[in-house]
Design a protein around this ligand. Structure first.
Ligand SMILES: Cc1cc2nc3c(=O)[nH]c(=O)nc-3n(C[C@H](O)[C@H](O)[C@H](O)COP(=O)(O)OP(=O)(O)OC[C@H]3O[C@@H](n4cnc5c(N)ncnc54)[C@H](O)[C@@H]3O)c2cc1C
Length: 88
């Protein structure tokens, strides 16, 4: 959405994979940092935040999808057992 910057679950809805709340807290803290770095530029601060946030949340989403597949996918629970025992 032009002119709006999203944080947390509004930017990247998360599967129950133990990372969504961490990312939401990170998203809550980072705008303070980018606003401090770009105090007089209302365009640069959100752009810097989004440039870091998009790949960070995409990586977490990929991890979440992988974990979801381990827990609930067609091969469950064998993949999870193999991972837990160091054989996967
Ligand atoms: C079943 C499940 C299990 C999960 N387990 C984990 C886990 O173990 N570890 C982990 O890190 N993450 C987990 N997550 C993901 C995590 O819950 C979310 O990523 C995180 O809560 C997002 O935080 P948020 O503050 O951005 O959004 P939310 O926690 O969704 O908060 C948004 C708030 O805004 C309110 N709101 C919405 N619209 C309005 C409005 N118009 N006006 C006022 N208020 C409004 C909502 O009521 C809500 O309270 C899980 C998610 C689910 C669904």
């Amino acid at each position: 959405m032009p002119g709006a910057t999203r944080l947390g679950g509004a930017a990247h809805p998360s599967a129950p994979d133990a990372e969504g709340a961490d990312l939401a807290m990170y998203d809550g803290a980072e705008p303070g940092e980018v606003l401090t770095a770009h105090p007089h530029d209302a365009e640069a601060a959100p752009a810097a935040y989004e440039q870091a946030m998009f790949p960070r949340s995409a990586a977490a989403a990929a991890d979440g999808a992988e974990l979801h597949d381990l827990l609930f996918g067609g091969a469950a629970p064998h993949g999870l057992i193999a991972m837990s025992t160091g054989h996967g």
